[in-house]
Design a protein around this ligand. Structure first.
Ligand code: FAD
Length: 487
């Protein structure tokens, strides 16, 4: 049989891979997508179990009103299908040191009034003024000023502003919840970009039918427009000779194309799929030193009645968020009594996500990205304890629960090729000196080989970052073809 001809092979069908594939198909390229799982979507998968539908991976879209998925759907001429649902209010629970109780505020997400947050932190008038001045400074930094902060931690940046403790503690929690990083390791440039997006476009959206439905729509568009997507096709090798990409090999077949875009992660792509021997030793050493982002320990609670009224809830204390010292203590087996809880409730956004009269609450907390970490099981129990303590009515309505963490994330998406890595929820760590302008180049030093997704190509949060990267990398691939045909 005559072999089909492809211009580009995309490895992986997560947001990065599919966004890149779609933009390339739109510009007339013949694209093959190979996915090792039996479904498309990467981490954003929405499962259907026991009458419920819910996410195993991402569950809240930041920014709320203008995410990269909207840009992508507009580019593909199907913006009306995006089915975005905006968060109208969030429940915020905070226990400052010295207080036995958690304070609770329900904060509307539609305006920009910080009063509910200031009340939560119990700021006096002068602290409110200082908080407003610091927040105004953070959202007014332009792109160049942000670039200057690629090598500054958020903790060090905040030290240059006169921030009241309540705001600092909130930012430390936000670094964990939004970037899966400690505040003294996360690059200020990355966290501030997300803060600016939230300030401009709101802090949490969802999609009718869940995140998985959005990716399934992109895959359907691709198939309808001539791309081929093959699932259960694990790429075992990227074929390279004479410094150029030739295609990829799966267990059963070889597929050939002059360009390969990998969303399998930079370290798995270079160390496992291509092989170190094709790269300069200095490049390989820098790549080995790139840190994984944090993992996420998730517990899903299935309730016999609807209890939570907002689509998102946060519970944290001055003791619950992790800086580097606390993260290391956990690695050494010292599991803290309090953990930060990030909760979402899909059925508040889309009532069809749960059977009538029931509710699924997805709770999670930061954890090690190491699929083999022994600290994940104890963290599930701390999630239970916090959930019971802060949301007792919901706890008493629990019929059953399920847990998953970095092991399942790595099995489902990213291979672990270096010790302690594989179960990261975002991708590479968005840490000091390794992101922004210092993030790896999406064009790898093998002719025709590109990365798309969270490891290269765009800043910001999770799916927004990966989708933005995919679209940008499609542009780089176009340029590669322009150059290849011109010479
Ligand atoms: C628990 C959890 C919670 C999260 N919460 C949020 C959130 O609330 N908001 C948000 O925006 N983001 C969130 N994220 C992050 C978000 O899901 C990721 O940032 C995003 O999915 C990364 O996209 P990607 O395309 O880079 O990679 P992925 O989504 O990981 O996709 C990569 C794809 O490549 C495939 N693949 C890998 N190796 C091979 C191979 N050798 N051959 C073939 N296929 C291969 C994988 O199977 C996968 O389908 C969360 C993630 C997790 C795990």
């Amino acid at each position: 049989m005559k072999e089909k001809k492809w211009d580009v092979i995309v490895i992986g069908s997560g947001p990065g891979g599919l966004a890149c594939a779609a933009m390339l198909v739109k510009s007339g390229k013949r694209v093959l997508v190979l996915e090792k799982n039996d479904h498309v979507g990467g981490k954003p998968v929405t499962v259907e179990r026991g009458g419920y539908r819910y996410e195993l991976g991402p569950k809240l879209q930041v920014p709320m009103r203008d995410p990269a998925f909207r840009t992508l759907f507009r580019e593909l001429g199907m913006e009306d299908r995006l089915g975005q649902v905006l968060l109208d209010a969030a429940t915020l629970c905070y226990r400052p040191d010295g207080s036995g109780e958690f304070r609770v505020q329900v904060a509307p997400q539609t305006g920009d009034d910080p009063t509910p947050l200031f009340d939560l932190w119990d700021l006096d008038d002068s602290e409110r003024e200082r908080a407003i001045a610091a927040m105004a400074e953070m959202v007014s930094l332009d792109g160049d000023a942000l670039d200057e902060l690629d090598e500054v931690s958020m903790k060090d940046y905040l030290a240059t502003l006169d921030v009241p403790w309540g705001l600092y503690s909130y930012m430390a929690m936000h670094a964990n919840a939004s970037l899966a990083e400690p505040i003294d390791r996360v690059a200020a440039s990355e966290q501030l970009r997300i803060i600016q997006e939230i300030a401009a476009s709101g802090g949490g959206g969802y999609y009718l039918g869940g995140f998985g439905r959005v990716l399934a729509d992109v895959a359907a568009w691709l198939r309808a427009n001539g791309a081929e997507i093959l699932t259960r096709q694990r790429v075992g090798e990227i074929l390279v000779s004479d410094g150029r990409v030739r295609g990829v090999a799966t267990a059963g077949s070889d597929f050939h194309a002059p360009v390969v875009v990998s969303s399998a992660g930079i370290q798995p792509t270079v160390l496992k799929l291509v092989g170190e021997r094709h790269f300069d030793q200095g490049f390989v050493e820098r790549l080995r030193a790139l840190e994984p982002g944090g993992g996420w320990a998730t517990v899903r609670y299935f309730l016999d009645r609807p209890v939570l009224e907002t689509g998102m809830a946060l519970a944290y204390s001055d003791q619950s968020w992790w800086d580097l010292a606390r993260a290391r203590a956990v690695d050494d087996g010292e599991i803290p009594d309090e953990v930060t809880l990030f909760l979402t409730v899909p059925a508040v956004f889309d009532p069809t996500m749960a059977p009538a009269g029931k509710q699924c609450v997805i709770a999670g907390t930061l954890c090690s990205p190491d699929p083999l970490s022994k600290t994940i099981e104890p963290l599930y129990r701390r999630v239970d304890a916090m959930f019971e303590r802060v949301f007792p009515a919901a706890w008493h309505a629990v019929e059953r629960k399920e847990c998953d963490g970095p092991l399942e994330v790595s099995d489902g998406t990213r291979d672990s090729v270096l010790p302690g890595q594989g179960g990261e929820c975002v991708g590479l760590g968005q840490v000091v000196g390794q992101c922004g302008r210092l993030k790896p180049d999406p064009e790898l030093p093998v002719d025709g080989l590109f990365l798309a997704g969270c490891d290269a190509g765009a800043p910001s949060m999770g799916t927004h970052q990966a989708t933005g990267s995919g679209m940008k990398v499609a542009g780089l691939v176009e340029r590669w073809f322009d150059h290849a045909y011109a010479t």
